[in-house]
Design a protein. Structure first.
Length: 301
C-alpha cells in the first residue's frame, strides 16, 4: 500500500497543478455521468432498445437506397435511345452533333450494313434490298434525363424517328424518387423520436436529482459542471443504441450484397462505411441535442 501511495505522489509531483485540477474535474464529470445512468435503472434497457430500433430502420433504408442507386445506374445503361437517321445522312457527323447535347454519355453507331448483316444471321433475306436506316444508340448519364435528351435530339435535323423505353424509364424514376423521399421522412422521424426519448429520460434524471443539483448550485458549482454529465448521458444512450443497431444492419448488408452478386451489379464503394458513420453521428448528435433541450426546459442553469 505504501509503495502504491509513493507512486501516486511521484506522479502528482510531475503533473502541473493546473492540469491535475482539470483531470480531477474530468474524472468527476465522468463519474457523475455513470452515476446518472445507474440511477435511471432498468429504464436504460428500454431507452437503448428504442434507440437501436429507430437507428436500425433508418440505417436499413439508407443502406438500401445506396443499393437501389447502383441498380438504377446499371439499368440506366440499358436504357438507350434509338435514333433512326434519314437516308444519305452521315451517321458519324450526326453522332458528333448529338454528343454535344447535355447528359449524353455514349453513342454507338450501327450502320444499315451492320444491321442488315445481323438480320441475315437470323433470317435469310439474301437478294432483297436493304431497307434499314443508319441507327445511333444513345446512352444518357442518368435515366431521369432521358426525356430531356430526347427533346433535344428532336431539334436536330436529319432524324427520321426515335424510340426508347419511355414507360420503364418513368417508372424507374418514380421508384427512386419515392424511396429517397421515404428515407428522408424516416430520417426526420428518427431525429424527432430520438430527441423526445432522450428529453423524457433526462427529465426523469433531473427530477430525481433536483435537490442535489440545487445544493450544487448554492455551493457555487459551475453550470457546465452540472450540464455536461447530463449531455454525456444522452450521447452515451445514442452511442450504445448505434452499436446495437449494427447487428441487424449487418444482416441487411449481407442480403443486399447477395442481391448485387446475383444480378452482377457492383455495389457502391464505401456505402456501408458511410451508413455506419451517419448512424453514429445522428445518434450521438440528436441524443445530445435531446439532453440539451431537456436541460434548457427543466433545469434553470
Amino acid at each position: 500500500m505504501n509503495k502504491k501511495r509513493m507512486i501516486k505522489e511521484t506522479v502528482k509531483k510531475h503533473i502541473p497543478q493546473k492540469h491535475l485540477s482539470s483531470i480531477r474535474i474530468m474524472y468527476r464529470i465522468v463519474m457523475e455521468t455513470i452515476y446518472g445512468i445507474k440511477r435511471t435503472g432498468l429504464i436504460n434497457i428500454a431507452i437503448i432498445a428504442a434507440m437501436a430500433a429507430i437507428l436500425t430502420i433508418f440505417g436499413a433504408l439508407f443502406r438500401t437506397s445506396f443499393s437501389l442507386s447502383s441498380f438504377v445506374d446499371k439499368l440506366g445503361d440499358a436504357f438507350e435511345i434509338s435514333v433512326y437517321l434519314k437516308p444519305n445522312i452521315d451517321p458519324v457527323y450526326m453522332s458528333s452533333r448529338i454528343k454535344e447535347i447535355e447528359h449524353v454519355k455514349k453513342i454507338n453507331i450501327i450502320t444499315k450494313e451492320q444491321a442488315w448483316e445481323e438480320m441475315n444471321k437470323d433470317i435469310d433475306v439474301s437478294g432483297l434490298e436493304n431497307p434499314l436506316p443508319d441507327t445511333l444508340h444513345v446512352t444518357v448519364d442518368d435515366p431521369s434525363n432521358i426525356v430531356n435528351v430526347c427533346e433535344s435530339i428532336k431539334q436536330v435535323s436529319g432524324i427520321e424517328n426515335m424510340s426508347y423505353a419511355q414507360e420503364m424509364a418513368k417508372k424507374l424514376q418514380t421508384i427512386t424518387t419515392v424511396f429517397n423521399t421515404v428515407t428522408i421522412f424516416v430520417l426526420i422521424a428518427a431525429a424527432i423520436l430520438t430527441i423526445i426519448i432522450i428529453n423524457c429520460t433526462i427529465q426523469l434524471v433531473i427530477q430525481s436529482r433536483k435537490e442535489e443539483i440545487e445544493i450544487m448550485r448554492l455551493m457555487g458549482v459551475s453550470n457546465w459542471y452540472i450540464k455536461i454529465p447530463l449531455i454525456l448521458q444522452g450521447a452515451i444512450y445514442g452511442f450504445l443504441g448505434a452499436i446495437i443497431s449494427l447487428i441487424p444492419l449487418n444482416t441487411v448488408q449481407t442480403g443486399l450484397l447477395k442481391l448485387h452478386l446475383f444480378f452482377n451489379v457492383a455495389p457502391l464503394n464505401f456505402a456501408t462505411n458511410i451508413v455506419v458513420f451517419s448512424i453514429f453521428v445522428m445518434a450521438i448528435f440528436f441524443s445530445a441535442s435531446g439532453s440539451m433541450l431537456s436541460i434548457k426546459k427543466h433545469l434553470q442553469v
